[in-house]
Ligand binder design. Sequence first.
Ligand SMILES: *[C@@H]1O[C@H](CO)[C@@H](O)[C@H](O)[C@H]1NC(C)=O
Ligand SMILES: *[C@@H]1O[C@H](CO)[C@@H](O)[C@H](O)[C@H]1NC(C)=O
Length: 290
Amino acid sequence: MIGVILFVCVYIYSPNSVNSYVMTNYNDSVVRRVVYPLTSASYGTTPELCLKDIFADGQLVRQYTVLCDRTQKHTCSGYLAYSTSAQAIFLVFRGSSSTEQVNEEFLETVTTFPISFPLGGRVNPYFFKALQIILTSGLEQDLIYITKLLPGFSLWVSGHSLGAGLASLAAGHIAYKGYVPPSQITLITFGQPRTGNYVFAKTIDKVIPNTWRVTHRKDLVPVIVPLYAHHNREVWYNNSMAPGQPFVICGTDDDQECVMSGSGHNWDDHSNYFNVDSYFAVNGCKNIPH
Ligand SMILES: *[C@@H]1O[C@H](CO)[C@@H](O)[C@H](O)[C@H]1NC(C)=O
Ligand SMILES: *[C@@H]1O[C@H](CO)[C@@H](O)[C@H](O)[C@H]1NC(C)=O
């Protein structure tokens, strides 16, 4: 265990490898050991625990948790953090917190017209409104402040499930506003539902090239939303995602040969990525899958 932690620290702090690093080629170990744990930590109320397990100098700016839909019952959440040694800012979004919330998302998605997205295209109304509420609850101001304070840092935007949709929209919003040059952004999503229409997908492809949409075996969520389209670049693990398992870098957008292929799509493959439960890091992530 100590060996694993030391190894993680050594490669994180190695000045030539990760500082201001942008993931132009998909790297399983960076995603498995850093981005996915930080994403899982968003399901709890103390993401700083996992942050500090990965980066000794990790700083949580704030976690933003807000009522985010017309039921006034469900919350959406994200957090902003950074590490000076890694020269990286992290913006992470949590997935749905209950089955009722998933049902409400689906209902609103199929009964409401997609909303025009300033960067391009139209997007899921539930996700769009939720992001606006999170932004106005303080995230927008903090993003402006932090990105001015830490110019040249890379920005990692991530999320799982609903959080994946929010991450995709947030990265698009940040690129549109110019808070961080798109070339410094790495967008990584896990089990992302289709988030916008074809024009939106093509816009993300063009504006945010370092985007990785990780999918697991027969995860239901990436295939379930009708009418909308996926953006690049799907990375499909057709296996348990245990350490050492292979992945495929898929073709463009809605590749029919990756997560979309076959039948028997299910929730189990949605709630378990990298062979750990999506909540595994809520109390810290010393037990990072390795
Ligand atoms: C993945 O990233 C780590 C840390 O930067 C690096 O040591 C490793 O060589 C990379 N792996 C590949 C396959 O590029
Ligand atoms: C995915 O894995 C299953 C089980 O190993 C296999 O039957 C199937 O052919 C694989 N699908 C693709 C498209 O590789």
